[in-house]
Design a protein around this ligand. Structure first.
Ligand SMILES: Cc1cc2nc3c(=O)[nH]c(=O)nc-3n(C[C@H](O)[C@H](O)[C@H](O)COP(=O)(O)O)c2cc1C
Length: 331
């Protein structure tokens, strides 16, 4: 997720059971031109493995060259973005705009496949609009051209996040191809992971928005998949422990001003569902530096009775807001 899935956040997700994580989308052109900002999105370390790197672009040879660069720089898997609905991406013919040109999709996949030996995945939306649903056709193209798995977010570009993801399109695609289909879209709780797998037959599940402030969704899903009957959310001390770890990794990675913005962004989500959290979130939004935020967290910790501390804090499942993909970038 653009502006979200940086190294600190990916590490937290892994520690909670995410088996594969991806960078945010990176411009193929930026990588080919050696643009510093694009290259900085590849920031990673040995604890961040296996790492999927996602690139976007519209020109086959440029995407192929960018893929080669990613492989050379250590990517374990390369993913091509064919689903981003944001105007500034689709106006370049990239992201979801590719779904209007299946021949170009095939050319891109062939060229990228030839340029790398690491696993290749493609992430798509269902199609450009409701009259042009192409998910299964793209899945077939992927299968015939050496793609290792396809990730489907079954909404059209026109839908944005406006209507529910249509999981039946995931089921349809998985029934037509033998490569794994990874389902994505509207997985808001650990239980939704099982629901998606059972109802679509998909071989994997990708979680986006619901992981923000709630990495426990991965451990919860892993436990349910192992047959545990029920899972509880973290207690407040558990939550605070992870928040502090996350924020200190953010501070280690970014200059102060950027670290403050990134921290607030994550923290406001971590504190959803915390009793009387509204005022606290308000004060965090207005904080001018990180020490102020740390003091507020300490106040929260001290204000709790023992009984409250032991109560699991459940993340409010369906209250994941319908963000426009990429619209809330913080950098
Ligand atoms: C802030 C934000 C940034 C995103 N950035 C990307 C991106 O860089 N690449 C991508 O493939 N999808 C991106 N997405 C889309 C998500 O990966 C995912 O497909 C979509 O949100 C549906 O899944 P969910 O219901 O689990 O969130 C982004 C979504 C959000 C909310």
């Amino acid at each position: 997720m653009a502006g979200v899935t940086d190294l600190p956040f990916r590490r937290i997700c892994r520690e909670h059971g995410a088996s594969m994580v991806f960078t945010e989308m990176i411009s193929a052109k930026g990588l080919c031109l050696g643009d510093r900002k694009s290259l900085s999105l590849l920031w990673s370390d040995g604890s961040d493995r296996p790492l999927g790197v996602q690139i976007f672009g519209a020109e086959p040879l440029m995407l192929a060259e960018a893929a080669r660069i990613c492989q050379e720089l250590g990517a374990d898997l390369l993913d091509i973005n064919m689903g981003c609905p944001v105007h500034k991406v689709v106006k370049q013919g990239a992201g979801a705009a590719l779904l209007r040109d299946l021949k170009l999709i095939e050319k891109i996949i062939r060229d990228v496949r030839l340029s790398i030996t690491i696993p290749l995945t493609v992430k798509i939306r269902a199609g450009w609009d409701s009259r042009n649903i192409v998910a299964s056709e793209v899945a077939r193209i992927c299968e015939h051209n050496g793609v290792d798995a396809i990730i489907i977010h079954p909404r059209t570009r026109s839908q944005g996040y406006g209507s529910p993801a249509d999981w039946s399109l995931i089921e349809e695609a998985q029934s037509m191809v033998s490569i794994p289909v990874i389902g994505n879209g509207d997985v808001f709780s650990a239980r939704d992971v099982l629901r998606m797998m059972a109802s679509t037959g998909c071989k994997g599940v990708m979680i986006g928005r619901a992981a923000r402030g709630n990495p426990w969704i991965f451990s919860g899903a892993a436990k349910l998949l192992q047959g545990h009957g029920d899972v509880r959310g973290p207690t407040l001390p558990e939550r605070l422990f992870i928040i502090r770890r996350h924020l200190s990794a953010v501070c280690a990675q970014y200059p102060c001003k950027k670290a403050l913005g990134v921290s607030k962004n994550h923290l406001l989500r971590y504190l959803r569902g915390v009793p009387n959290g509204r005022r606290l979130r308000d004060r965090i939004s207005k904080a001018n530096d990180l020490s102020e935020i740390m003091e507020l967290l300490e106040l929260l910790e001290n204000s709790l009775s023992d009984a409250q501390e032991m109560e699991p804090v459940d993340h409010p499942g369906r209250k994941v807001e319908p963000l426009l993909h990429g619209s809330k970038r913080i950098n």
